[in-house]
Design a binder for this molecule. Structure first.
Ligand SMILES: [Zn+2]
Ligand SMILES: [Zn+2]
Length: 227
């Protein structure tokens, strides 16, 4: 068995004390601290996002200060917050694009070099133990007693430690892709909706019965006003 495999095996099956040690080392990592601060808690989702973001930056260059890297995310899970923090693609800058496909797949494009990457999470090696599954089943069926919550935290901490310490191969699938980056963020003229009186950017406005209206007022009958 290779050394890497051995290490992975150790992490999967060592006792909880060791997980806590790994976790406390992780908490000292300044990137992970930033993610935890932004996201509000530490969970397996942000651990996955951390691994994806690190792989993306290694291949594409440094964090986007402006719109240098475009990230296309195919889910809105916790992982996306780690990507926003580390890759610098944010909703507000327009270089974070959400496609609601329900897939753990992330595409990154460097606008300068044109290089594109498609990174998927496919953690084949991770197997929940019977005990872990029983704990999570209790939690998911609504049992939030202090004892169950303590056990859930342990299961999650263990998973975080495993995600952060597993070799990339077997955790992520990374493909080079050629895709055209979307246009940079633009500023559009603003019009006023003639029904709700709120302002709306012109390309999103519609005409309804001869009136310029916002999408809400266009799609909803007068019996369902905006407010
Ligand atoms: Zn989370
Ligand atoms: Zn309106």
């Amino acid at each position: 068995m290779s050394r890497e495999k051995n290490r992975f095996h150790d992490i999967m099956y060592v006792d909880f004390k060791r997980f806590l040690m790994i976790l406390s080392n992780t908490m000292k990592n300044k990137d992970f601290k930033k993610i935890a601060e932004f996201h509000g808690h530490v969970c397996p989702g942000v651990a996955y996002g951390y691994r994806v973001a690190k792989a993306a930056l290694r291949e594409l260059g440094e964090k986007a200060k402006d719109e240098e890297i475009v990230s296309i995310v195919e889910n809105d899970s916790c992982a996306v917050d780690a990507i926003q923090v580390l890759v610098g693609s944010t909703f507000g800058k327009g270089n974070l694009i959400f496609r609601d496909y329900g897939k753990q797949v992330y595409t990154f494009i460097n606008r300068k070099t044109g290089k594109g990457l498609r990174i998927g999470i496919d953690f084949k090696a991770y197997k929940e133990t019977v005990k872990d599954k029983a704990v999570m089943d209790k939690f998911l069926s609504g049992n939030k007693s202090p004892q169950v919550m303590r056990e859930v935290r342990k299961v999650k901490d263990k998973k975080i430690a495993v995600i952060l310490n597993s070799p990339e191969k077997g955790l992520l699938t990374i493909k080079n892709v050629k895709i055209k980056p979307p246009d940079k963020a633009r500023i559009f003229p603003v019009v006023r909706c003639e029904i709700c009186n709120e302002k709306v950017m012109e390309p999103r406005a519609r005409i309804k019965e001869g009136k310029v209206v916002c999408l809400h007022c266009f799609e909803n009958p007068p019996s369902n006003p905006l407010y």
